[in-house]
Design a protein around this ligand. Structure first.
Ligand code: HEC
Length: 132
């Protein structure tokens, strides 16, 4: 029984390594759920905006500012805990327009998931819905 369990865990490890370049659908679902619970009141998904930049625009700004997903996510997580002008990847004119975001009181896990979702929604959605 123990051997079977060890083999199973080992196989799962191999499978997840093999697919690590793929998107993690569970994490995407989790991130989307966090968005719907804690962010949608201010951030619409796409235009028209509510009281903050739409998610698709944020995703674009982060894609322009970072070429590494993990670095972008780490930056977003940190920003959401303690937002500041200095950390923002938006243009100064954007910050003036919207005002600074309030800190999010969420777990690291939730912040990671929602940041992952924001990063990953970009390419696919833009192909279908160009910004202009
Ligand atoms: C009370 C309204 C409000 C809520 C709720 C809110 N935001 Fe924001 N958010 C803003 C505003 C306003 C800005 C634009 C100014 C700025 O960047 O601080 C912003 C900016 C951002 C940015 C860009 C940061 C940067 O580099 O400037 C990210 C990423 C972000 N929000 C993610 C989220 C996520 C994820 C949630 C939910 C967990 C969330 N926000 C909830 C108002 C909100």
């Amino acid at each position: 029984m123990k051997t079977m369990l060890v083999t199973l865990i080992f196989t799962m490890g191999l499978v997840s390594t093999a697919f690590s370049a793929e998107k993690d659908q569970d994490l995407l679902n989790k991130g989307k759920a966090v968005y719907e619970k804690s962010c949608v009141s201010c951030h619409s998904y796409g235009p028209p905006p509510k009281t903050a930049p739409p998610i698709i625009g944020l995703s674009q700004h982060y894609r322009e500012a970072f070429n590494d997903r993990e670095k972008a996510i780490a930056h977003m997580v940190d920003f959401m805990k303690t937002p500041s002008k200095e950390k923002s990847v938006l243009l100064p004119i954007g910050l003036e327009r919207w005002g600074l975001m309030i800190p999010m009181n969420l777990s690291d896990e939730e912040l990671y998931a929602v940041s992952y979702w924001i990063w990953e929604v970009y390419p696919k959605e833009l192909q279908r819905k160009p910004l202009k």
